[in-house]
Design a binder for this molecule. Sequence first.
Ligand code: FES
Ligand SMILES: [Fe+2]
Length: 439
Amino acid sequence: MVSSRTAEPQATNTHVLQLRCAGGHMNHPSEVKVSLTGSIGLSTEPMPTSLYTDPTQYERERERIFRRAWLMVGRVERIPKPGDFFVKDLAIFKASVIVARSDDGKIRAFHNVCSHRANIVEHRPSGNAKRFVCRYHSWGYNNEGDLAHVPDEAAFFHLDKRKCGLTPVAVDVWEGWIFINTAPVPEVGLTEFLGPVADALAGIDYPNPDNAIVLRGEFKANWKAVAENFSEIYHIASIHPKTFGPIYTGKANPFGRPLSANLYGIHRSFSLWLNQENQPPENAKVTRWLYAAGHTVTGTRKGTETNSIVEHKSVNPQKFAEWSQDVNWFFPNWHLQISANQFWTHEFWPTSANTTLWEARFYNKKPGSVRERLQLEHFTAHITDGMLEDLGNIESMQVGMETGAKPFVHFNESEILCRHGLEQVVKWTSATSVKDALG
Ligand code: FES
Ligand SMILES: [Fe+2]
């Protein structure tokens, strides 16, 4: 069984611990003897494999995590103008939700289901609409969700149009990130749910938030197994020796040990090392300017150019020089990753107990020249190659787990985010109230 650590007051619940020693002298990351995992109160025991394979565990997660948590569904820049909307399908609840900016400028969310006979109303994935019109019998709703038009209204019995709007879904926005909560009445507000991470990561000036490259796919694996793949780089030397290996591992840090880890209540992050010796040869001209894109670290970096994101107090909090990126994993299912020139997100949406819709968005400057366009294409191709290397391993891990041969999985120091994530899953599925789960 998993032990949970003692709760601390929210305001002081941010732990900042380093795998590498400070005091003016950095130890070799692979020489560190102190257990980061133990020192912040996490269990160091193996964790049950059934958490990834047991169908009843999945049911519990649906009701106690996904139905009670605030879930990030997109950035405000996706719907900048009144009438802009996108549809988010949440297979875990068999739900479809419209997220729209109404004519009054407010962001609202509704179940995408008609009040007449419950057809799906909006079939486009995104667009701009003054009205959402159900195509079956043409009931029309304005973009504030009110029922505005019923053909042959006089033929209905006792129809109160004011009670027949689209069913609202709780929505709130933090720092440009739109969250929904599908509970009929959320037990806590978004700020309380975010806890210490809300302040820690407030005020970031996100570069190019309106221009994302989207990668999407369905993995045949439990959502936690998919999320964990993107939450540790212990596997990088092993399965990404050519794509990501040269960036995140090197002689000084052969297994890519993280530089530091921070717990923000139920959320978590770590800072990753950068192999600064990874440079293309002097005479490889084309490679050099493609490389100027920063390889995986940025799409449009020029030389040593960076942006203000690196100055933020909670981005690379210890300001390590050999820093590549931060992975911020918001409970339960999204990552906000930040490097010197770019940010990107991963979302992990369960579609069944052992399938997951993964969606990544890499935010980049719109190319202003052929060179920048090619850099961006190179960046995208490079990332995609790396993701394909992950895919096969995530799915075969699920196959292995489902054989039942191994009742436990083992996490090491570098897999600390996986362990903390799984501990929170156990905590939330046991807690009868969100207050207890946050406690
Ligand atoms: S079901 Fe939507 S108008 Fe009839
Ligand atoms: Fe990977």
